[in-house]
Design a protein around this ligand. Structure first.
Ligand code: G3P
Length: 478
């Protein structure tokens, strides 16, 4: 055809009536690689109507049948891992092995969701009235979990497939319909993922995938009266969405500034390995990346040396070659990262490597002796630049962590488990990892942020519950 990927609505692949497309720029070549449809508000209205209708009969489809279809989609996702991974390499410059892992992890997530869903939704509660003062046993109350309706899923570019299915699978097993708006970079990988659901044979209209410009359909989608829940992963846009959305449940994950606190009794080799993995995998473009190291002065030199040695071993280059460090997603992202680096330079940070950039490719950079007047101490680079702040007390580390507007995850390295637990309790974040880098997975673990990091809790179980509502029926006995 014209080389523009079609969007998915009414169980069919369609061209937009706008006649317009949105280019997807390959971060490596900085040239357009794919094009997707620039859908219109009218097209959004149509697929919303269909999502509403399809949901009604889907909610009445036996739970085991819903699970069966999800298992089929999961198997298809794994079978299609090669083409999906190829898209991820071209659209978001994800290293090729990580790209394949994302597809497989997504299949596993969908299966797990189907299994968990039949258990969670397969039972309700039975209550009796005479436990509350003044009541006889004349009322029996039955509870069930019912779907919310139409769920709008908006994932971020960094896991266009995995973050999408982490919203789609819980929604579907719970009897909801789905409208997916993938990130433009990663949209073709997401369309390919949707194709797996299409092949699995879900009813038409139940799943739609709409592509286009945020300026044209962004607010229109998030403020659409037929949307009954929004599950969003991204940046500041999420705060704007939460202010504009109607009276509907929101699930939001909006970034972080995950701190890594290193005590003087820590296993420094373990800490260094986790700092490099946590700080630099997918070039730091993860909400849960280690974004600031807070190390006790007494072990700081030793730790920085170990981290430096490991950073030197990172390969820098093409995602096709499975390099560790690959070009960041957009030129504006690279410019933003550079701004943080320049600010740190002007304010006297110690550069452990020379700053180097070619196009969107930024070489991994460790900045030592960062102080709190530097932007990098607080802002999220979403790139391969990691600040180290030297502290003289644990309290100072906790204070820095808690002074952040973010509160996603954090981690602490020490051999003293009691200390670790007290520090975990003191850190105002959704999760604290003891002796490992922050991470969302395994995908059934609860995942949530405090403060500007989000609303609600994710993870398979919590997402299924969040995408349902309690319905009660009370039997009144004579
Ligand atoms: O940035 C997305 C966030 O969900 C991180 O996931 O698996 O890299 O910890 P993960």
């Amino acid at each position: 055809g014209d080389g523009v990927f079609k969007y998915y609505s009414s169980g069919e692949w369609k061209k937009s009536s706008s006649g317009k497309s949105v280019p997807i720029i390959n971060p490596t070549t900085r040239q357009p690689h794919f094009k997707v449809q620039a859908c219109t508000q009218e097209e959004v209205n149509k697929l919303m109507e269909e999502a509403k209708t399809a949901q009604k009969s889907w909610a009445k489809t036996p739970l085991w049948k819903r699970a069966e279809l999800l298992h089929k989609a999961a198997a298809l996702l794994k079978e299609h891992k090669v083409p999906i991974a190829e898209c991820l390499v071209k659209e978001i410059a994800k290293p090729s092995k990580d790209a394949a892992t994302e597809a497989v992890r997504s299949g596993d997530l969908v299966s797990y969701c189907a299994e968990e869903g039949v258990r969670i939704l397969g039972e309700g509660k039975f209550l009796v009235s005479d436990s509350f003062p003044g009541n006889e046993r004349t009322k029996y109350c039955l509870t069930a979990k019912i779907p919310l309706g139409v769920i709008l899923a908006i994932p971020l570019f960094n896991y266009p497939v995995n973050l999408a299915v982490s919203k789609i699978a819980p929604a579907l097993i719970a009897g909801n319909s789905i409208v997916l708006k993938p990130p433009t970079q990663g949209a073709v990988a997401a369309l390919h993922m949707v194709h797996c659901f299409h092949l699995a044979g879900f009813p038409k209209g139940l799943i739609s995938c709409v592509t286009g410009r945020g300026s044209e359909i962004g607010d229109f989608l998030t403020m659409h009266p037929m949307v009954n829940c929004i599950s969003f992963t991204g940046g500041d846009t999420g705060i704007a969405i939460s202010k504009k959305a109607g009276m509907i449940p929101l699930q939001m994950e909006l970034g972080g500034k995950d701190a890594c606190i290193i005590l003087d009794d820590a296993d420094l080799d373990l800490a260094a390995a986790n700092i490099v993995k946590g700080g630099f995998s997918y070039s730091g473009q993860r909400c849960t990346a280690v974004k600031v190291v807070l190390v006790m002065e007494s072990v700081a030199n030793a730790l920085v040396d170990k981290v430096k040695a490991k950073v030197a071993k990172l390969t820098v280059g093409l995602p096709e070659d499975d390099s560790d460090i690959t070009p960041v997603v957009t030129e504006s992202s690279a410019n933003f990262i550079e701004g943080l680096v320049v600010d740190a330079k002007q304010k006297g940070a110690t550069f452990c490597q020379e700053y180097r950039r070619e196009g969107n490719l930024i070489w991994p950079l460790l900045l030592d002796n960062v102080r709190s007047d530097m932007r990098i101490a607080w802002e999220e680079p979403f790139g391969p630049v990691l600040p180290v702040i030297r502290i003289t007390s644990v309290e100072e580390g906790i204070h820095h962590c808690n002074a952040s507007n973010f509160g996603l995850q954090g981690c602490v390295f020490t051999r003293d488990i009691s200390k670790a637990i007290l520090i975990s309790d003191a850190m105002e974040t959704g999760t604290v990892q003891i002796n490992s880098a922050p991470a969302r997975g395994p995908d059934h673990f609860p995942f949530q942020g405090l403060k500007d990091s989000g609303i609600g809790s994710q993870g398979i179980t919590n997402s299924i519950n969040m995408m349902t509502k309690i319905k009660t029926t009370v039997i009144n006995l004579p």
